[in-house]
Design a binder for this molecule. Sequence first.
Ligand SMILES: C[S@@+](CC[C@H](N)C(=O)[O-])C[C@H]1O[C@@H](n2cnc3c(N)ncnc32)[C@H](O)[C@@H]1O
Length: 208
Amino acid sequence: MKSDLKKHWDSAYENNNITELGWYEEDPIPSLQLIQKCGLSNDARILNVGVGTSTLIDELLNFGYQNIIASDISSTALKILQTRLGSKKNKVLWVVDDLTNPKLLSEIDPVDLWHDRAVLHFFTNEEEQNIYFSLLKKIIKPKGYVLISTFNSESATKCSGLNVQRYDKDMLIDKLGADFKLLEFFNYTYTMPSGDTRPYIYTLFKRV
Ligand SMILES: C[S@@+](CC[C@H](N)C(=O)[O-])C[C@H]1O[C@@H](n2cnc3c(N)ncnc32)[C@H](O)[C@@H]1O
């Protein structure tokens, strides 16, 4: 695990009010809209990579999903999320791992849904991107779903002080390859707690 990267993210979560982070969402509406379209059963395995302290986990638990895996490079973020969930934290599998050098994630059982909001765009070199997509392809079940949301081609070039790779749908189609069919995509303008806006692209793919 890259210790400078882990430090960067741990300190982002330690030194800021969670609800003021530039990616905080009170209601993860676009993700939930797409997840509902997957028609997953309550025992589906849902992996949220780079989950941070996302309220999506609270929502998925409220909807009754029983096999949620929450993963991040930042153990600080996961601890904050666990504290917020209270006893419900025991219903989630927690995995601290680096998506660009995965160890524990490479060993988990296959999943029905891979959810990524605002994580992939931090991987700016091809090697990191290839590791990310190899892991994804290794652990998504046949007929499983991939929901990826990143800064779109009109968006900012940095997030959390780090350079980002911006995407359009064709770049994601290319990265995922012929085994994955694009079911839906849309652009979505996220309003940060500061009032600034960031255009995202949301994509939902299915493994064929
Ligand atoms: C912009 S935040 C988004 C958090 C969350 N997905 C959300 O929507 O609120 C990016 C997250 O990716 C995590 N992250 C960054 N690089 C990572 C890596 N190499 N492996 C795993 N997680 C990473 C960070 O710790 C952080 O929680």
